[in-house]
Design a protein around this ligand. Structure first.
Ligand SMILES: NC(=O)c1ccc[n+]([C@@H]2O[C@H](COP(=O)([O-])OP(=O)(O)OC[C@H]3O[C@@H](n4cnc5c(N)ncnc54)[C@H](O)[C@@H]3O)[C@@H](O)[C@H]2O)c1
Length: 376
């Protein structure tokens, strides 16, 4: 069993990684709360795992003596919405979920963000337990307390995560066995975030990834446990330093570091002709960020080449599949919601296993990043 501490004073908690953990969720929850008979759980499950792993979680929660209400959500970005949020709040009312109840989120990042927001909002906040079922949610989305939903914008695009709250869970219980049914492409998307974490502060994990990625994609579980622990530890450490993304350039570990590759990714992930999933867009964004670092003198060609090799071993794209005008992509980066006071900040590698914030990048630098991934 591996545990990782997320150190946030009185809101500290642990991420536990252990094969088979889903069947111990009830017992673990009893240890995390002051258990009394009658205490109830609202379990919100991803439809994809509702009849398999979420059933195991539900059975263990009932066996531990909790009352149980069970709801499901189809994991689709359009469902990470205010109407779905509202329907879950109505279910909470119907099921008499009270201040001592616990929301248990069983699913990927979509269900985790949505159920987390329900926990943050119902009766102004009730306890939350995350049981992530995707690699991305295990190493990233379930850690750090960001919850929320998307909002349709006037131009008919989806404003990602525009409404939400910081709400830290009681704990995160990650059972790598549940990844056995995760589609290969989703596993690869989780690996993209592991590569990102390696670039931020664990270069040796990144180096190992090229070797172990094929086995993880093929067989999943056994090879994954240590990777989840190390990758989750990177996120946990950063969150412990800067819970609310308030640390700026030159001030030490900043939650904004986790945006490495993402400022580029956001410009391409909703372009229909590319058909990219988030993790795939991040992979391309990491390559672009690496090229910017090379241009700034903080990375060499050999690091850029190594990154490409690792991403390819993870079955992730490193180039755009169709030539898009780089000028348009730079324009789209300006829409990123992380733009503050009209200034864009990108994250660039700064040596092996370290990064820094680069505020107000010159247009030429961004064009260079896009050229590296095949923009015209
Ligand atoms: N809160 C945060 O800090 C944070 C960080 C990163 C990403 N996110 C959010 O996370 C979301 C993406 O999360 P994700 O990549 O986990 O995607 P997801 O939740 O969409 O899950 C991916 C797909 O896998 C299915 N699935 C989930 N578990 C499965 C399993 N064990 N077996 C088979 N199928 C399974 C889902 O039904 C879905 O179709 C985005 O909405 C993103 O904004 C949040």
């Amino acid at each position: 069993m591996s545990t990782i501490d997320v150190r946030l004073a009185d809101r500290s908690y642990q991420v536990v990684v252990e094969p088979g953990l889903r069947s111990q969720c009830g017992e673990r929850l009893r240890q995390l709360v002051d258990f009394r008979p009658g205490r109830s759980v609202l379990l919100i499950a991803d439809e994809s795992v509702a009849e398999t792993f979420a059933e195991d979680v539900a059975a263990s929660i009932e066996a531990a003596g909790f009352g149980l209400a069970f709801g499901t959500v189809e994991a689709d970005e359009t469902n990470k919405s205010l109407p779905a949020f509202s329907a879950l709040l109505e279910a909470a009312a119907r099921e008499h979920i009270d201040r001592s109840s616990v929301v248990v989120a069983v699913g990927g990042g979509i269900v985790g963000d949505l159920a987390g927001f329900v926990a943050a909002s119902w009766l102004r906040g009730i306890p939350l337990l995350h049981v992530p079922t995707t690699l991305l949610a295990m190493v990233d989305a379930s850690i750090g307390g960001k919850t929320g939903v998307n909002l349709p914008l006037p131009d008919n695009t989806l404003g990602k995560n525009l409404v939400g709250a910081f709400w830290q869970p009681l704990g995160v219980l990650a059972d790598p066995e549940v990844l056995s049914s995760l589609p290969r492409r989703e596993l690869a998307c989780g690996l993209a975030e592991c590569v990102k974490h390696g670039m931020i502060s664990d270069w040796s994990m990144l180096e190992q990834l090229a070797g172990i990625a094929p086995a993880i994609l093929e067989a999943g579980v056994p090879e994954c446990t240590e990777l989840i622990r190390r990758s989750a530890a990177v996120k946990a450490a950063i969150v412990g330093h800067d819970e609310r993304e308030e640390t700026g350039a030159g001030q030490g570990a900043a939650r904004a570091w986790l945006n490495l590759g993402h400022t580029f990714a956001h410009a391409i992930e909703n372009v229909p002709e590319l058909g990219l999933k988030h993790g795939e867009a991040v992979a391309i964004g990491l390559v672009a960020a690496g090229a910017c670092a090379r241009s700034l003198g903080s990375w060499t060609q050999s690091e850029c080449d190594h990154l490409r090799e690792v991403l390819l071993a993870c079955e992730l794209p490193v180039r755009l599949s169709s030539k898009l005008p780089a000028e348009d992509l730079v324009e789209r980066m300006g829409w990123d919601k992380k733009v503050r006071d009209g200034t864009l900040t990108i994250v660039v590698p700064d040596g092996r296993g370290s990064v820094r914030l680069h505020e107000g990048p010159e247009r030429g630098l961004l064009l260079e990043g896009w050229a590296e991934v095949g923009a015209s």
